[in-house]
Design a protein around this ligand. Structure first.
Ligand code: BLA
Length: 482
């Protein structure tokens, strides 16, 4: 990992996005002290209300919600002579009242969300669901581009759907570094599912507080929360004027996002945003379900193949031939270029394996410890030096003996296309977002295919093999005793 990327990660993570002390320009915020019903915080455009009882505002549609601290989501009110959507939520002793001007100029059909839901629920594969979801949402919101991101285990992202205006550069399949969306933002997005950024140009409106510290006001769940200046710069660099994003949350983890982006300013009304949050939840559930079905199918197939491999062991005279020479082999179960099986002190190999003296030295260094590496050169140079041409190594010791299963994988050089060169030359300074987002290719060397779930499967195989060997030994003893 690039050291600059590590520092950028740390710096971006410090941005206090929950407490910016500002809101976006297209609305007004009034925060009422829940106990006293006095207005304790206002956005500057409503400064005359600071310190006054909320009841003085005299808006019957809101009065009750504010008095009882009930969430409102939203209610149409009149504010300053114009219609506005009011959203009320309670947080940390404050009842937040947000008044959003109602976007005009576009017709938004909320029923379109319902029919999209129906069509999406009939889709059977993950890639198809992602592509159709992006297209359906773009039809509803009318933004230039709707993308779906998937976050990989290490936090970096990949654009897995990209429905866009023909004029725009394609981003499908591009990867982006984890610091583009820093950890505190991801944490917030787990609980705040939909976020609208109305403008990258308009400066925010500062908050004023009776306590004098507007930075103490938690805007985590405020619709109008103003956005990190780093991210606004990122959007401008990308040519985005407005965005609306939705979180894909699975088991309390942010596994992806849907982002709508427009080149000119465009806003969605609150009610449509809420409907889209429901749609996003439905899409996540469907994706989770599909992944789970695929996983279970794989687990069942793997179990059947393990049984086919191990069942003949009881009756067999030669363990190694059973494991490596039959129609089902250890390598058939655990995908690798080669395997070495050491049982009862004897080693046998199948497939492409390094010279035996190197393997023996590696095992001596490991002293019975398990290992899973897909980049031996980086993780364990001491082992890489005795195992030529091995990039991926998986070592599974067999219960309390010198016996072991050892899987080898060669290098797979892989090309990754990034959303712009992530390096330093593509930024004005270390902390800045990138200026170009054109596809930038990187070739990754010295790594094997990632082991992933194979590590667990090899562990299960080892465990069942131990049990089978123990029974076999017991059966042999019993026969001798007869
Ligand atoms: C947030 N960065 C984000 C968000 C996106 C991206 C989508 C979330 C915005 C939201 O949910 O409303 C990144 N935008 C992208 C990507 C694409 C896109 C990957 O269109 C792909 C096509 N970002 C940086 C650097 C910093 C940084 C260098 O690049 C820090 C110095 C910070 N990004 C940053 C912060 C946020 C963010 C702080 C949180 C914004 C907020 O919610 O306040």
């Amino acid at each position: 990992i690039d050291p600059d990327e590590v520092r950028r990660l740390a710096d971006c993570a410090k941005e206090p996005i929950r407490t910016p002390g500002m809101i976006q320009r297209h609305g007004t915020l009034l925060a009422v002290d829940t106990a006293t019903q006095v207005i304790a915080v206002v956005s500057e455009d409503a400064r005359e209300w600071l310190g006054r009882p909320f009841a003085d505002i005299g808006n019957p549609a809101l009065a009750d919600a504010v008095r009882t601290g009930t969430a409102v989501d939203p209610v149409r009110v009149s504010w300053g002579g114009a219609p506005a959507d009011a959203i009320v939520h309670a947080t940390g002793g404050l009842t937040m009242v947000e008044l959003e001007t109602v976007p005009t100029g576009a017709e938004y059909a909320r029923t379109a969300v319902v029919s999209a839901l129906g069509r999406l629920s009939a889709i059977g594969t993950i890639p198809e669901l992602r592509a159709s979801a992006a297209a359906e949402i773009r039809r509803i919101v009318g933004f230039d581009r709707v993308m779906i991101y998937h976050f990989h285990e290490d936090g970096h992202g990949e654009v897995v759907a990209d429905d866009r205006d023909d004029e725009l550069e394609p981003f499908l399949g591009l990867h982006f570094p984890s610091s583009d969306i820093p950890p505190q933002a991801r944490e917030l997005y787990i609980s705040k599912i939909g976020r609208a950024i109305a403008s990258t140009q308009a400066a925010g409106i500062p908050l004023l507080s009776v306590s004098g510290d507007p930075r103490a006001v938690d805007l985590s769940h405020a619709e109008l929360r103003s956005v990190s200046p780093y991210h606004l710069q990122y959007m401008r660099n990308m040519g985005q004027a407005s965005t609306f994003s939705l979180s894909l949350v699975e088991d309390g983890r942010l596994v992806g996002m849907i982002t709508c982006a427009h080149r000119t300013e465009r806003r969605l009304p609150v009610l449509l945003r809420r409907s889209l949050e429901v749609l996003a939840a439905q899409i996540t559930m469907q994706l989770t379900h599909m992944r789970e079905v695929a996983r279970l199918e794989h687990v069942i197939a793997a179990r059947e193949r393990r049984t086919a491999l191990l069942a003949p062991l009881y009756a067999s005279d030669d363990i190694h031939t059973t494991l490596l020479g039959g129609s089902e082999t250890v390598l058939g179960l655990i995908p690798a270029d080669g395997v070495l099986v050491r049982i009862g002190g004897t080693s046998h190999a199948l497939g492409r394996t390094p010279p035996l003296d190197g393997v023996t030295r590696a095992l001596a260094v490991l002293e019975g410890a398990p290992l899973a590496s897909e980049c031996l050169e980086a993780d364990r140079p001491d082992l890489a030096s005795v195992l030529p041409e091995v990039a991926g190594l998986l070592v599974v010791p067999l219960n309390g003996t010198d016996d072991v299963l050892m899987f080898f994988r060669g290098e797979v050089s892989r090309e990754i296309s990034w959303l712009g060169d992530p390096g330093q030359t593509n930024r004005p300074d270390r902390l800045s977002p990138r200026t170009s987002f054109s596809s930038w290719k990187q070739t990754v060397r010295g790594r094997s295919e990632p082991w992933g779930t194979v590590v667990q499967e090899a562990g299960e195989l080892a465990h069942e093999l131990e049990v089978a060997l123990k029974r076999r030994a017991e059966a042999q003893l019993a026969r001798l005793a007869m």
